[in-house]
Design a protein around this ligand. Structure first.
Ligand code: GDP
Length: 525
């Protein structure tokens, strides 16, 4: 038993949040190298190379297929076990990206030093904020000319509303980039250009006053000493409690492609990032050290082979331990199922681990019986909360090519929306079927899957919806609202009332006009 608790406390379950091209793939690859998972590091690269190629079906299938195995990457580092959950970011950006962030205990934010805080990062931070997830930050590409580091920290503080505590500090940048200084270890690491090393490179110099610094850096040594004094005075000091509450982020600088600055980040990660946390269920709070297994599903992925309709449900284990062959209660449908073989995600071994503990992710094969947000237990009736739907940002109307296929279309859209990458809306005024997503590739994926799996040909046309909000309030007021703005209200797949706003301004107007109603951007499953 104490062994189990020890195993659980080693887990660090996290995701990377960043804007496309900031360096998430490169950072992932290097982290895997540190974990000894060389093979998969190559796979991450391969996947990236494919990404901008044509999105014909095989291509999409391939990408989705590969991303099953790289959806979760587990690797050891020093005395901890990292569970890195992939957050699709380019064309494959979807609601899954958001929801994955509800299944982690911490996140790593990667920022491009030349670009600063970008739009996607802001959105992902908003999602992290729902659970006050602790954030570590890595400012990347210091080997190129970028913005002043102090400006970057100011920008993060101002836009993302989180305090910055620099842990390392860059010595110059671009052509003058000479290394980093660790503010807490009082060590300088000299920059060296290397690729694919499994450990950090570059000479380490103890102490800012060390004359060796002047030898190596010349004038830049004195500049550094002055700058560090300034930085120490003007920035926040690292505060573990504030970090764990999501109010302060420790910041590291480096160059991912040169594997520089990441070791410092990873070392801090292993020490400070939280182990698996307790989690709220409707009935009670569940903590990781409870002996009985509980978990919730945050993502569902279809098989890469369209002929096989099986799906993989990704379950985050909240408490206890998974053992091969155990029986689990699928709480929503009240059924007990024997789990003959769950997928586990060890990145550096061919062989699959047979057990998994709280903090780990396992993949459950199913044919559509499992839905996003479902809870599994060893018999207890529990429903985990905090795995929401997010208001889509893109909308299209389904246009059926063969009117005889209406029923099949309904069924297909309903079932695909249960996988969670898209959402289905039925306006009260007409028979339209409106699909909402947060990533544009999803419409293509749905059209293709409708054809393959449901034999329905359909395409998606633009519709004048800008954003959606679930509407909550007193019943009488809801009825009045529905009657008044009929043309903009719809029901989602779970029969919840939704307002489909034609514009942001219109939404704002509604919020002012209907003060008794709440227009919310997330809905619980
Ligand atoms: P992602 O879209 O966030 O996954 O970003 P990638 O890891 O694919 O990186 C985007 C581009 O930036 C690629 O061309 C990388 O080679 C490049 N890149 C990543 N890290 C660095 C770095 O430290 N320095 C420089 N100069 N380029 C980098």
């Amino acid at each position: 038993m104490s062994n189990l608790i020890e195993e659980i406390n080693k887990r660090r379950t996290f995701a990377i949040i960043s804007h496309p091209d900031a360096g998430k793939t490169t950072v992932t690859e290097k982290l895997l190298l540190y974990g000894g998972a060389i093979q998969l590091a190559g796979a991450v690269k391969g996947r990236k190379a494919d990404r901008h190629a044509t999105s014909d079906w095989m291509q999409m299938e391939q990408e989705r297929g590969i991303s099953v195995t790289s959806s979760v990457m587990q690797f050891p580092y020093k005395n901890v076990v990292m569970n890195l959950l992939d957050t699709p970011g380019h064309e494959d950006f979807s609601e899954d990206t958001y929801r994955t962030l509800t299944a982690v205990d911490s996140a790593l934010m990667v920022i491009d030093a030349a670009k600063g805080v970008e739009e996607r990062t802001i959105k992902l931070m908003e999602v992290c904020r729902l659970r006050d997830t602790p954030i570590l930050s890595f400012i990347n590409k210091l080997d190129r000319e970028g913005r002043d580091p102090i400006d970057l920290l100011d920008e993060i503080e101002e836009i993302l509303k989180i305090q910055c505590a620099p842990m390392t500090w860059p010595i110059g940048m671009g052509k003058r980039f000479r290394g980093i200084y660790h503010l807490y270890n009082d060590q300088v690491r000299i920059f060296e250009q290397v690729e694919n090393e499994t450990a950090a490179q570059g000479e380490v110099i103890e102490g800012l006053d060390n004359p060796r610094l002047d030898e190596l850096l010349g004038d830049q040594a004195e500049e550094l000493r002055e700058e560090i004094e300034l930085v120490r005075g003007a920035s926040h000091a690292f505060d573990l409690e504030a970090f764990l509450e999501g109010r302060l982020t420790p910041v590291f600088f480096g160059s991912a492609i040169n594997n520089f600055g990441l070791q410092e980040l990873l070392d801090a990660f292993a020490v400070y990032a939280p182990p698996p946390q307790c989690r709220e269920a409707r009935e009670r709070t569940v903590c990781p050290d409870e002996p009985q297994l509980t978990g919730f599903v945050f993502k569902i992925q279809a098989n890469m082979d369209p002929k096989h309709r099986d799906r993989i449900a990704f379950m985050r284990i909240v408490s206890g331990q998974y053992r091969k062959g155990m029986t689990l209660r699928h709480v929503r449908i009240g059924k007990d199922i024997k789990i003959a073989k769950a997928l586990t995600f060890l990145a550096n071994e061919r062989e699959q681990a047979e057990t998994a503990v709280a903090g780990d992710i396992i993949g459950l094969h199913n044919h559509g019986t499992i839905q996003i947000g479902d809870t599994f237990t060893e018999g207890e009736t529990l429903k985990f909360t905090g795995i929401p739907n997010f208001a889509p940002e893109l909308f299209r109307r389904a246009r059926l090519k063969d009117p005889m296929k209406m029923k099949a279309l309904h069924k297909g859209l309903q079932q695909l929306s249960e996988e969670g990458a898209t959402q289905l809306f039925r306006p009260v005024m007409n028979n339209d079927l409106i699909l909402g997503a947060v990533g544009v590739l999803q419409f293509e994926v749905v059209a293709q899957r409708l054809k393959d799996e449901y034999k329905v040909a359909c395409d998606f046309e633009p519709v004048s919806v800008n954003t959606a909000r679930w509407v909550i309030g007193p019943e009488k007021e809801i009825e009045r609202f529905k009657a008044r703005v009929q043309e903009h209200v719809a029901y989602d797949a779970a029969d919840q009332l939704v307002y489909l706003a034609p514009s942001r301004v219109n939404l704002q107007l509604m919020e002012e006009r209907w003060p008794e109603l709440q227009f919310v951007a997330t809905r619980e499953h």
